[in-house]
Design a protein around this ligand. Structure first.
Ligand code: KIV
Ligand code: NA
Length: 265
């Protein structure tokens, strides 16, 4: 298959064809999702929660994320791989944002980067895209700012909807190729999607975004417990893995594994 390019995503928007995006943090999932026809894979800083076991996305570092990005980019044939810039690796200046992006492109072999923030980050987006690196924006609820936003809450209600539109337009003007909108009222997301030339990617932003993204462990039911409202579980991977581990343990304890065919004579 042909490599997914950012102009293909723009063409899908123009044709009104919604497209899917998933996170991936390793080789096997990246390979499976690529073969399943997911055009864009995000190595999210949500690896903080879903790989490293932190309780927020704030502690995860560039050094922790880079090897995950390398694993994902090595595994895909078609998918566009977006590397999330972690907290503290781009906010200080446009120069820092560019320097960190260069590391994800050179050392991680990513195809694009993503950062959180609206108009205030337009100069950062401009610096990165100016160097030839595609940037995906991320507005609405931005997990790296959870302490300032007062926890996981819907953003852009009422008058804040206009600010969100201004943020999205500023990112587009700065050269972003797409914008994630997280936990935004469906009507606001629909309006912004209509105003932008570049695709919007929704998560908890209703059905009218140009694309939809989910964290794969949420989508496939590996993460247990109560999922956010915007998640649909398409499988019970936790159940499958748990049953496999239990069956293996039982067979070892009963002396049923390994069988003769697993042994070398
Ligand atoms: O890190 C992440 O998983 C994300 C997506 C939810 C958009 O930023
Ligand atoms: Na993220």
């Amino acid at each position: 298959g042909k490599k997914v390019r950012i102009h293909h995503l723009r063409e899908l928007k123009e044709r009104g064809e919604p497209w899917p995006m998933l996170t991936a943090y390793d080789m096997y999932t990246a390979e499976l999702f690529d073969e399943a026809g997911i055009p864009v894979l995000l190595v999210g800083d949500s690896a903080a929660n879903n790989v490293f076991g932190y309780d927020t996305s704030l502690p995860v570092t560039v050094e922790e994320l880079l090897p995950l990005v390398r694993g994902v980019t090595r595994a895909v044939r078609r998918a566009l791989v977006v590397a999330d810039l972690p907290f503290g690796s781009y906010q200080l200046s446009p120069e820092q944002a560019l320097a960190t992006s260069v590391r994800f492109m050179k050392e991680g072999r990513a195809h694009a980067v993503k950062l959180e923030g609206g108009s205030r980050f337009a100069p950062h987006v401009e610096a990165i895209t100016g160097a030839g690196v595609p940037v995906m924006g991320h507005i609405g609820f931005t997990p790296q700012s959870e302490h300032n936003l007062g926890g996981y809450r819907v953003q852009g209600r009422g008058a804040a909807g206009e600010e969100l539109l201004a943020d999205a337009l500023a990112l587009q003007a700065a050269g972003a190729f797409a914008v994630v909108m997280e936990m935004v009222p469906a009507e606001v997301a629909k309006r912004i999607t209509g105003e932008l030339r570049i695709p919007t990617v929704g998560i908890g932003a209703g059905p009218d975004c140009d694309a939809q993204v989910l964290v794969w462990q949420d989508m496939a039911g590996l993460r247990r417990g109560r999922a956010p409202r915007f998640v649909r579980r398409y499988a019970d991977v936790a159940g499958v893995l748990s049953a496999a581990a239990t069956a293996f343990a039982d067979e070892v304890r009963r002396g049923e594994f390994p069988a003769p065919e697993h042994a070398f004579q």
